[in-house]
Write a protein that binds this ligand. Structure first.
Ligand code: FAD
Length: 370
């Protein structure tokens, strides 16, 4: 099998990597995440206009550059390396994932807005009692006047305060479906807060929010489509984690070579060398599993879901192992706010639980495979 990336993919990765190195170093990120907005809106504009990366995963007919899941993987890895908080995952991977398959008349124009950076979408799917079950939805979409009225509460909606739109999952008369709703629609209220990983999220309440029939992005019984898009997003989260893991390992190696104890660098001690080799193995396995799951996204639902769950469980384990060891080897320094390593561990810990914990994905894999 050929694992080489195309020239375009390599260019995409290098362009983004250079941009982050110039405009998004650790100090610049601290300033953005510490501001009231929690981000610098100019970064999103640059991604759309200067770099053109928001269109990388859309087809040329849709106004994009003709890529797909592999491009999302490469982009998300760079996001992980830079600890970027911009809402690529919810806007391009999730909302884009629904929109590119949607038959709704509103979808086409909306993809244009995603690519141009005009629209930012937050994914409102989790509910207080839902755990990781995508079908455990109490939010209701009642048919009314040719459209729907949506009511319910969604929890920890990442990037909600920045969003121009939400993709909301809700129960219809036939099953669970996904809807596109404008963030400014009457009946939407939110309570926002910073998250431990430097992001911004909110509890979002929908009270009799009226939407037209074209807000429906899936079938009225659309759980299979929701599972497909969330599988794509889960793999993208794995790719972001891979970016974090690379940094956790590299920064730990660097620190161990510099930090002197008992007259020598702590990297000279074999016990730490063994640990760093174990960390390296975990990172490499996470890289391979993420690539494998990305390549299997186009397979039938069962094979796809099994590959995604296996990768997510493996990557989740790597987040825990590599993160904990990175902190341990950094000693007290690893706990300080000034050092990036603790921030990478926090993001890796959030990614470990995003779209399902290790236990959840192992159980899902077991159900699908035996
Ligand atoms: C939140 C917090 C609370 C703390 N509270 C206390 C407290 O109440 N009392 C207290 O005394 N200290 C406390 N500490 C300090 C803590 O004990 C030290 O951080 C810890 O001992 C590591 O030392 P260090 O930071 O100098 O790391 P380093 O000495 O730089 O060690 C880094 C890594 O190298 C390993 N290492 C170092 N030398 C060797 C060696 N010769 N052979 C093999 N491996 C080696 C270490 O195990 C570690 O994994 C606290 C630290 C934190 C972060």
């Amino acid at each position: 099998m050929n694992f080489e990336y195309t020239e375009e993919q390599t260019l995409l990765r290098n362009t983004l990597s250079r941009y982050f190195a110039d405009a998004y170093d650790f100090e610049a990120r601290r300033k953005m995440t510490g501001s009231d907005a929690g981000r610098d809106a100019g970064v999103w504009t640059a991604m759309a206009e200067e770099l053109g990366i928001l269109g990388a995963a859309f087809s040329e007919e849709q106004g994009g550059l003709g890529g797909g899941a592999l491009e999302n993987m490469l982009i998300m890895e760079e996001f992980g390396k830079a600890l970027a908080v911009e809402p690529y995952l919810s806007t391009v991977v999730v909302a884009g994932g629904f929109l590119k398959r949607s038959k709704s008349a509103a979808a086409e124009g909306m993809i244009e807005q995603l690519i141009s950076g005009e629209a930012i979408v937050a994914f409102a799917y989790a509910e207080p009692t839902g755990r990781y079950d995508l079908a455990a939805v109490k939010t209701e979409a009642k048919a009314s006047g040719g459209g729907y009225t949506i009511s319910g509460q969604k929890s920890v909606v990442a990037g909600a305060p920045w969003a121009t739109h939400f993709v909301v999952t809700a129960k219809t008369a036939k099953g669970v479906a996904a809807f596109l709703v404008e963030a400014g629609a009457k009946g939407i209220s939110m309570r926002s807060y910073p998250t431990v990983d430097g992001g911004t999220a909110a509890e979002v309440q929908f009270d009799n929010v009226s939407v037209g029939a074209d807000a429906l992005l899936t079938a009225e019984d659309g759980i299979a489509e929701i599972e497909l898009v969330v599988d794509e997003a889960t793999v993208a989260a794995c790719a972001e984690a891979v970016g974090c893991l690379h940094q956790l390992h590299a920064q730990t190696m660097e620190y161990a070579k510099e930090r002197k104890q008992f007259g020598r660098a702590i990297a000279d001690f074999q016990v730490l060398q063994h640990r760093m080799v174990d960390m390296f193995m975990e990172v490499e396995q996470a890289v391979s599993m993420t690539l494998m799951a990305t390549l299997k996204l186009g397979e039938d639902a069962k094979a796809r879901a099994a590959a995604v769950s296996l990768a997510k469980a493996k990557v989740g384990h790597a987040c825990k192992f590599v993160g904990e060891n990175a902190i341990q080897i950094h000693g007290g320094m690893g706990m300080t706010d000034e050092l990036a390593v603790g921030h990478y561990f926090k993001r890796a810990t959030i990614l470990e639980g995003l779209f399902g914990s290790i236990d959840h994905h192992l159980a899902r894999y077991e159900k699908l495979s035996f």
